[in-house]
Design a protein around this ligand. Structure first.
Ligand SMILES: Nc1ncnc2c1ncn2[C@@H]1O[C@H](COP(=O)(O)OP(=O)(O)OP(=O)(O)O)[C@@H](O)[C@H]1O
Ligand SMILES: [Mg+2]
Length: 364
């Protein structure tokens, strides 16, 4: 049996499906092709492997020169191999993860047992690939979490300094003046005109100190969320956008408090970006339930647009990165779609509660 395999089964290729691009990428090969890993690609439906990935069923090709599906790729030296069996790598839920190809030097007819055995090997491979992907995703999520924690600590420090400054320069100064005026009022108790003057000054200072305190607190957290809930808060946020036609449509959605804060902050940054960069005439904000029971927030403008991918690399701006981090932390996906001249669409989608653990981040 071993001899039979050594003579007839000459080389194996593992093609892994890159779902985002709809391409099969050669990710593993036995000698002499090991070096080709990552360098050969096929489209879905292209070649025998592409056909197998598309149809999620094995293909037995005793003589590939007689098979219309076969595509010659010089790097894979098809001239050295005659027959081929190709099985899909089926992961959880019979999902196609890739394709395993076994090429033999001579024309050969593969029996059902051969194909069934290869299919089983393929499914083992599929599970391994899926686990590796999950691990990778978890590692990215952990890194995001660490970055977010670091930024949160920085932001907290800045916020503390801002508050300390406002209390020191504003509220404390007013309270000191207030104390002097009250002292003076006490000292002038027998002079009604002076007393009235000092008390009026004290009154003015009290309301100024109150204003300062309100300003210091404002921005610490969106208290409007507690007062109004997410929908009306988004409306009030959108209407604070100056000089723009704003259209808000927010369905009432039941969400955890931390998710509401995340969506509110994302909308806030998206709207700030519209004001700062878009030169838009119109912006729409939509909050709705998805058909699958999740929630979708969309902020869309008709402004100048930009190339999201082109902004990467050494850019110090934090807005888009922060939006993505906030979305990922609550298990949502965030997509920014934009191109020069087409306006910008920021979409956050949160899966229904039961499926949130499976949610992933899509690339732009
Ligand atoms: N709605 C938009 N319309 C046009 N360009 C946009 C829009 N949103 C973002 N951009 C572009 O993307 C860049 C990055 O946005 P980001 O929010 O990350 O940074 P920023 O707004 O420049 O700075 P900040 O860190 O204060 O948010 C912007 O500088 C701008 O060029
Ligand atoms: Mg910004």
């Amino acid at each position: 049996m071993a001899e039979h395999v050594a003579v007839l089964v000459t080389v194996c290729f593992v093609h892994v499906l890159d779902e985002a691009r709809g391409r099969l990428v050669l990710m593993g090969a036995t000698p002499p092709f090991t070096e080709l890993s990552g360098t050969v690609e096929l489209g879905l439906g292209e070649g025998v492997a592409g056909w197998v990935a598309l149809h999620a069923e094995p293909a037995v090709v005793p003589d590939k020169w007689q098979d219309d599906r076969y595509v010659y790729i010089p790097a894979l030296r098809g001239e050295d191999y005659e027959s081929l069996v190709s099985v899909p790598l089926l992961g959880r839920g019979q999902h196609v993860v890739g394709v395993l190809n076994v090429h033999a030097r001579r024309p050969r007819r593969y029996g059902d047992l051969d194909v069934a055995l290869l299919a089983q090997v393929g499914n083992l491979l599929a599970r391994t690939i899926e686990n590796a992907r999950l691990y990778e995703r978890l590692a990215v999520r952990e890194q995001t979490l660490e970055q977010f924690a670091a930024r949160t600590i920085d932001a907290q420090e800045m916020e503390r300094r801002r508050l300390a400054g406002e209390i020191h320069d504003g509220i404390s100064q007013r309270l000191i003046s207030l104390w002097y005026h009250l002292q003076a009022a006490g000292a002038n108790a027998s002079d009604p005109a002076a007393l009235a003057r000092e008390l009026a000054a004290a009154e003015d200072l009290t309301s100024a100190a109150l204003d300062e305190a309100r300003r210091a607190i404002a921005g610490l957290r969106p208290s409007v969320l507690d007062d109004l809930g997410l929908g009306p808060s988004l409306e009030s946020l959108a209407h604070s956008v100056a000089g723009l036609d704003v259209d808000v449509d927010a369905e009432p959605c039941r969400l955890a408090a931390h998710v509401e804060v995340a969506l509110y902050r994302i909308a806030q940054e998206a709207l700030q970006n519209v004001m700062k960069h878009a030169a838009a005439r119109r912006v729409t904000v939509r909050l709705s339930e998805t058909a699958a029971g999740g929630v979708r927030l969309v902020v869309e403008d008709d402004g100048v647009g930009f190339r999201p991918a082109g902004r990467r690399g050494g850019d110090p701006s934090y807005g888009l990165v922060g939006m993505r981090e906030r979305a990922e932390l609550v298990g949502a996906t965030l997509q920014v779609t934009s191109a020069a001249g087409t306006g910008t669409r920021v979409e956050v989608e949160l899966a229904a509660p039961s499926s949130r653990q499976r949610s992933t981040t899509r690339a732009e």
